[in-house]
Design a protein around this ligand. Sequence first.
Ligand SMILES: Cc1cc2nc3c(=O)[nH]c(=O)nc-3n(C[C@H](O)[C@H](O)[C@H](O)COP(=O)(O)O)c2cc1C
Length: 321
Amino acid sequence: MQWKTRLTSMLGIRYPIIQGGLAYLAYSELAAAVSNAGGLGQITAMSLSSPNDLRNEIHKVRAKTKRPFGVNFAIGQHGRPFTDMLNVAIEEKVPVISMTGGNPTPVFEQLKGVDVKKLVLVAAKRQAVKAEDLGADAVMVVGQEGGGHIGKEDISTMVLVPQVVDSVSIPVIASGGIGDGRGFMAALSLGAEGIEMGTRFIATKECVHAHQNYKQALIDASENDTSVIKRSLGAPGRVIRNSWTDQILEIEKIDPTYEAIKSYISGDANCAYVHNGHEDGFGWAGQIAGRIKDVPSVEELFDRIIKEAGTVRERWNDTEY
Ligand SMILES: Cc1cc2nc3c(=O)[nH]c(=O)nc-3n(C[C@H](O)[C@H](O)[C@H](O)COP(=O)(O)O)c2cc1C
């Protein structure tokens, strides 16, 4: 069964499945495994401490796969400069650069004349239209179910994706709340030409930087076990709920300022949980955690998704409506 869309042709991948940027989790092991399985793996640039570390990580991906991969830039991270990091990605001629979390205009300026596919992750229709105007090759659209930063307006993937599909002419990639073949087919039905997954990839064998406690929390979670923090700062993000995130919500109620919760939402607090499994910290995760029940290899996960999507296609073909 073929899974060709404009996205697979544009990126040179077999399946229109993208592994989203994953702060402190998406390094060479995961990115290469996803690309080897036929999707697009990505490393997350801003989790690395220096441009040289990014160069090394890119070399590590290339040693593990000959397939296309991407480098993701979360450009809004507390104003941390990304120019030098982006220069490394340009010098290394990475095939795909994705960006999110801020105004992408400076990234497009730096990428002028560079032969690279540019993907922008957005959470609202107007952002998608702007990304297309700036020259994006495709947009990823994340609904409020998703893990990590989401839109301020609480629009679900189901509603947002067709809105964006009808508003831009470039390929749209659905993101947020997808973890299996049914979600994949639902996204294609909405007019998306591919999917992006974040949370589902954390619970894979090759996501080696995710602590066992984090993976287990995803397995144990129901769809009710996530919270949205940082709403009071105008930058909502979905996390797996624990005592630390409950404390954040309490503080946000009393003192909704960045200063008040800064130490609770820092990269250190994120890594304490994600890398070390400490409850004194937090991990981003989406509602799809409620449907994660195991930790397969990335290849097993792809096989499962493609098989399930194939079954749905066959069922549609055999059904008289
Ligand atoms: C742990 C985690 C970290 C994330 N970090 C980033 C990031 O650094 N850059 C980015 O573009 N998106 C980031 N995201 C968003 C994902 O790329 C993706 O859009 C989102 O997870 C999709 O929703 P899902 O979790 O329901 O699959 C992150 C998501 C999670 C769960």
